[in-house]
Design a protein around this ligand. Structure first.
Ligand SMILES: [Zn+2]
Ligand SMILES: [Zn+2]
Length: 225
């Protein structure tokens, strides 16, 4: 670094003459080299940002506004007015980016803390009750799938038994790759494929909060609460 500082003009000339592609390649190489060092710091920073926002918007309770859920990875920021989709179109996406945005804007009163289960249930409220037969058959299919993989308990191991927030989980955390291989998006399509295949082993039932918290905990390599 000291050489760079005392030879700034030489460096500037060198940087200017260099082909942009080779400059990009060099940048990628050095970023890759630093990545191992940077990653734990970045993860820690993201976690701190999220924790700060959750603390502010839960008034210090670090809990969901509707239920006792307190696992950090099972909590998120929910738009109070239910306009999250519109906000995400033009604004920040994801909990960490949203937390940063909220802090920069003086913690506006537009968010609340909800767990992923309550978040989903709250999003269902404005919709009309589906009375169509296709919804009924989809519900039946889901019920059958949940019943099979929960071995009849119809509940997540945490005790949540509201079928609206129960979902299929891949314990190996390869859900996205598996859905791609089957050519399905998820939901009814996946349930149908599993039923057609005679409910193969390798799946379990979790609620949305446990599903996402487990995935994020595995990804982060730690279990903060
Ligand atoms: Zn909740
Ligand atoms: Zn659960």
């Amino acid at each position: 670094m000291a050489w760079r500082v005392s030879n700034a003009s030489k460096c500037a000339g060198y940087e200017k003459d260099r082909d942009p592609e080779s400059r990009k390649a060099q940048h990628r190489k050095s970023h890759h080299k630093r990545r191992e060092k940077i990653l734990p710091y970045q993860k820690k920073k993201c976690l701190e940002r999220k924790m700060e926002a959750i603390r502010v918007y839960s008034d210090g309770s670090m809990k969901c506004a509707f239920c006792p859920e307190s696992r950090l990875y099972a909590l998120g920021l929910d738009h109070v007015n239910g306009d999250g989709a519109t906000q995400r179109k033009d604004g920040p996406r994801g909990c960490v980016a949203t937390s940063l945005w909220a802090k920069k804007n003086g913690w506006p009163k537009v968010f609340r803390v909800l767990c992923h289960n309550c978040n989903w249930l709250a999003s269902l409220l404005p919709r009309a009750s589906p009375g169509l037969s296709c919804y009924k058959s989809a519900d039946k299919l889901k019920e059958q799938t949940i019943c099979h993989y929960s071995e009849g308990s119809m509940a997540c191991p945490c005790g949540i038994s509201d079928i609206r927030v129960l979902t299929i989980d891949h314990p190996d955390a390869d859900g996205a790759a598996h859905r791609r291989a089957l050519g399905v998006v998820g939901g009814s399509q996946l349930y149908r494929r599993l039923r057609q295949a005679g409910f193969p082993p390798g799946y379990r039932i979790l609620c949305f909060s446990c599903n996402l918290a487990t995935y994020l905990e595995q990804k982060a390599g730690s279990v903060p609460h």
